[in-house]
Design a protein around this ligand. Structure first.
Ligand code: MN
Length: 324
């Protein structure tokens, strides 16, 4: 398929590059680092060769979220966003941007989001899971201190991409002795799915029904679990324990979009289509951690209708991100 739009596509600046070390064996680091630092050359060639018209770019992970000094987090976010804006302006027909946000300070994050949308023309934000702040437990965004941030996000009307990171060491006991489960194998999905469910359960979307959240990797496992989340022990007349008013699945279907990033599997795509509908699913690759050709060759041949391929590959992104 020609004209695809991809939106979980990462770059790094020198200050955040090392955050991506360790996700591939040492002998691949030189290649991964070169992929992360490039925007206008190899990346564009990969896009041309694989029918990708546009990438919406975002900073690598965990980057800003893992800077416990709030002032430094604000500074690095602004530096990354300014750099991204300079790159986008060279090829706005091929690249657009997501804001990196210093969520350690909800007011600063709201201001930076506003700057990125109104001054830099970004299409939304991409945040790498919880944030670390000196002296604080991991900051999850269902907390009351983030309601002002979400109000601004709602007012601006742009999507918020909740991207994975590994759980904090204090919350990783279940993985002790099994480092192979960290990262994309399992821990990323677990961490991100729980964070997404916390947002829903907190009642955030009752307060802000217009919020648009995107999660990657075919929904981080949630589509396959969606029925069970709302139907556990259905024979028991127990009061609901979450603050939100409606079943969890109803918010997931109304406030969330998912992408195919790093999960190139037709069986999983079709499950997600059955749960959410093709209008809620968007093509992505997760470059440079996954290969663009692996994503594109799988998607172009996936056993779905051409109407669904057009929606997932391009049309949903155009409409969600107001692309021309
Ligand atoms: Mn990613």
């Amino acid at each position: 398929m020609q004209g695809k739009i991809a939106l979980e596509e990462h770059f790094a600046i020198p200050e955040t590059l090392q955050d991506s070390a360790g996700f591939v064996p040492g002998e691949y680091w030189e290649e991964l680092a070169a992929r992360l630092l490039d925007i206008q050359e190899r990346r564009l060639r990969e896009m041309d060769e694989n029918g990708i018209e546009m990438m919406i770019l975002s900073l690598n992970a965990p980057a800003v979220q893992a800077i416990p000094d709030t002032g430094k987090a604000i500074e690095i976010a602004m530096r990354a966003n300014d750099y991204l804006a300079e790159q986008v302006v060279k090829r706005p027909d091929r690249f657009q941007g997501f804001a990196a946000l210093p969520m350690q300070d909800p007011d600063a994050a709201a201001r930076e989001l506003q700057r990125c949308i109104s001054e830099l023309g970004f299409r939304g934000a991409l945040v790498n899971g919880f944030s670390q702040r000196d002296g604080a437990a991991p900051l999850y965004y269902d907390a009351p201190e983030y309601r002002g941030f979400w109000a601004e996000c709602d007012r601006l009307g742009k999507p918020f991409y909740l991207h994975p990171r590994n759980p904090s060491p204090a919350d990783s006991a279940i993985y002790d002795g099994h480092p192979w489960l960290m990262g994309p194998t399992w821990a990323f999905a677990q961490e991100t799915a729980v964070h997404a469910l916390r947002l829903i359960g907190s009642g955030l979307f009752d307060e802000h029904p217009g919020l648009k959240i995107v999660i990657g990797h075919m929904g981080e496992g949630i589509p396959a679990m969606l029925w069970r989340i709302d139907n556990r022990n259905a024979w028991v007349k127990a009061p609901k324990l979450h603050a939100c008013k409606r079943p969890i699945a109803s918010y997931f279907r109304e406030n969330f979009w998912i992408t195919t990033s790093g999960n190139f599997r037709s069986q999983s795509l079709i499950d997600a289509m059955l749960e959410l509908g093709s209008e809620r699913i968007l093509f992505s690759t997760d470059w440079p951690f996954e290969n663009v050709d692996h994503a594109a060759q799988w998607f172009d041949a996936a056993p779905i209708s051409e109407a669904d391929r057009a929606r997932i590959g391009r049309d949903n992104a155009r409409s969600l991100f107001d692309l021309q």
